[in-house]
Design a protein. Structure first.
Length: 464
C-alpha cells in the first residue's frame, strides 16, 4: 500500500444509501447504510448516512439500489487454461488430463500472460478483488511463466496470491505430463524458493504473495511434497495442492502409498493452518476431523467438480466441523465461465443436491466467497469482511434491474438470482471496475489477444 503523509488527511470516498452485508463475525447487515474509505482502508461502516462534516471527501457515491459486500476472494485457479476452454468436454479428471497435457506442455510466456489477463479480467469484472493462481506447468525454455502472471495481475490492479506449482513425475516416472514439461525435484524447489525471495510480500495490504504448491499426489514425488513443506515453513509462506478430488486419486494413494490422501498428506507434513487444498470431494469423517483439528483449509470448486463429474464435496459437514472453506473458479478448461460470483449460486445449489434444502443458505454461500476465502489464503485480518481498519476491498452489486428488483432480500438476490452487474469494485480503495467495465485495461483488446493466442497454441499442439 502507498503510505499517506501523516501530516495530511487522506482523501475520503463515501458510499451511502446501499444495503450492506458486512460478513463480519456477527453477520451484521444494514438495509441502508454507508461505508467510508480513507487511505486504502475502511474508516467506518454502519447504518444510515455517513457521519456529517467529513473533511477531504474526494468522491461521494449514491448506492441506492445496490448491495455492498466484501470483494470476492478466489482460492483456486489455473490461468493458463483460458487458452484451452471447451476441449475434452465429456471426460472425467484423468482422461481430461491425458487429453490436455500434451497441449498444455506447449505453453510459453506470451501465452501465459495473455491467458492470465483473460482469466483475471473475467473474475475482476465479476467482483473478485483477491485472485489466486496455481501454476505448475513449466515446459523447458518457455520463459518466465510465473512473472507473466504477476505482471497481468498488476496490470488489472487485483490483489494476487501466486502459488508456484511444480511437478517432478513425467510419463517416464508414471506421471501424466510429458517429461519436458516437468522439473527435477531440485529444480522445482530452487525455483519455488527463488519465487518467494523475489516476489513474496508479507506486509499488511500486500498486493502479491507467493505460496509453495506442488501439483498433486499423482504428479509429484513424496520427496518434493516433504521438502516443499519444509521450504514453505522455513520461508513463512503458505502451502497449496490438489487433494481428494476423485475416487481414482484415492485408489492411487492406497495403491502407491498404502494409505488414503489425508493420511498421506499428514505423513508428508501437509496438514496445518498454513495449508489449503483444492476440491476435497472424497473426504470421510476422519478426514474432515483431521482438517478441522489442524486448521487445514479447503478451496471448494463446485462447477469444476460438476464439469468433471468428480462428485459433491461435503462442505456443510466441513463447515460444521470448523474447517476453513473458500470458493475457487478452478481452471477454465473445467469451468469455462471463469467467474467466481456464479460459484456462490452453484455452491448453494450443488450442496443442496448432496445434502438437502438446508445444507447451505445464501449467507453461508456469500461467506464462502469472501471471509472464507480470506481465511484460506491467510488474510482474514485484512480482507473478507467490511469492518473498520480492514482493507477497502469491496463491491457494489446493482440489484435494482430486471434480474433482481423483485427479490426483497438483497443477499438472496445476489446468490439465488442471475449474475449481478458490478457497478463499482475497489481494491485498496482504488476502482478496478466502474459500471461493469474494467478501469485499468482494455478488455476488448484482451479478448482479441486471447483468441489469437489460443489459436497459436492449438496450431503448435497440432489441434488446428
Amino acid at each position: 500500500m502507498t503510505e499517506q503523509d501523516p501530516a495530511r488527511p487522506a482523501p475520503r470516498l463515501v458510499i451511502e444509501n446501499c444495503a450492506i452485508a458486512t460478513v463480519d463475525a456477527d453477520g451484521t447487515e444494514y438495509d441502508s447504510g454507508h461505508v467510508v474509505v480513507a487511505g486504502g482502508v475502511i474508516e467506518s461502516v454502519g447504518a444510515g448516512p455517513a457521519p456529517a462534516g467529513l473533511a477531504d471527501v474526494a468522491r461521494r457515491i449514491d448506492g441506492t439500489g445496490h448491495l455492498a459486500t466484501p470483494g470476492l476472494v478466489n482460492t483456486h485457479h489455473h490461468f493458463y487454461q483460458w487458452l484451452t476452454r471447451g476441449l475434452a468436454q465429456d471426460s472425467n479428471l484423468f482422461n481430461w488430463l491425458v487429453e490436455l497435457y500434451p497441449t498444455w506442455a506447449r505453453i510459453d510466456e506470451p501465452m501465459v500472460h495473455t491467458a492470465a489477463s483473460g482469466s483475471l479480467a473475467m473474475m475482476v469484472r465479476g467482483g473478485v478483488t483477491t485472485a489466486m493462481d496455481h501454476h505448475y506447468v513449466f515446459p523447458r525454455g518457455a520463459g518466465d511463466l510465473l512473472g507473466a502472471e504477476i505482471r497481468a495481475a498488476a496490470d488489472l490492479g487485483v490483489r494476487f496470491t501466486a502459488a508456484r506449482g511444480s511437478m517432478d513425475r513425467g510419463t517416464s516416472d508414471g506421471g501424466l505430463p510429458p517429461d519436458f514439461a516437468v522439473e527435477s525435484t531440485e529444480e522445482a524447489l530452487l525455483a519455488t524458493e527463488a519465487a518467494i525471495d523475489t516476489h513474496h510480500d508479507a506486509s499488511f495490504g500486500s498486493m502479491l504473495q507467493i505460496a509453495a504448491a506442488p501439483c498433486s499426489p499423482f504428479s509429484v514425488s513424496t520427496e518434493l511434497m516433504r521438502e516443499a513443506a519444509r521450504l514453505a515453513r522455513r520461508k513463512g509462506v503458505r502451502l497449496h495442492t490438489h487433494g481428494s478430488e476423485t475416487v481414482e486419486e484415492e485408489k492411487f494413494c492406497h495403491e502407491l502409498f498404502g494409505m488414503g490422501p489425508t493420511d498421506y498428506f499428514e505423513s508428508t507434513g501437509w496438514l496445518g493452518d498454513d495449508v489449503w487444498m483444492a476440491h476435497c470431494v472424497h473426504m470421510n469423517d476422519s478426514d474432515i476431523a483431521a482438517f478441522a483439528r489442524t486448521g487445514t483449509g479447503v478451496a471448494h470448486c463446485p462447477s469444476s467438480n460438476a464439469r468433471l463429474a468428480a462428485g459433491i464435496a461435503r462442505v456443510p459437514d466441513m463447515l460444521a466441523a470448523g474447517v476453513p472453506v473458500g470458493l475457487g473458479v478452478d481452471g477454465t478448461a473445467s469451468n469455462e465461465s471463469g467467474e467466481l460470483h456464479t460459484e456462490l449460486r452453484n455452491a448453494l445449489l450443488i450442496n443442496r443436491l448432496g445434502g438437502g434444502e438446508k445444507a447451505l443458505n445464501a449467507r453461508q454461500a456469500l461467506r464462502l466467497g469472501t471471509y472464507g476465502g480470506a481465511q484460506v489464503l491467510g488474510r482474514a485480518t485484512e480482507i473478507g469482511s467490511l469492518e473498520a481498519g480492514k482493507l477497502a476491498d469491496l463491491v457494489l452489486w446493482k440489484l435494482d434491474g430486471i434480474g433482481h428488483a423483485s427479490i426483497a432480500d438483497p443477499v438472496a438476490a445476489l446468490v439465488f438470482g442471475a449474475a449481478a452487474p458490478v457497478t463499482l469494485s475497489l481494491v485498496g480503495g482504488r476502482p478496478v471496475v466502474e459500471d461493469g467495465r474494467l478501469t485499468r485495461v482494455d478488455e476488448d483488446a484482451i479478448a482479441k489477444l486471447t483468441r489469437s493466442e489460443a489459436r497459436r497454441l492449438a496450431h503448435i499442439a497440432g489441434l488446428a
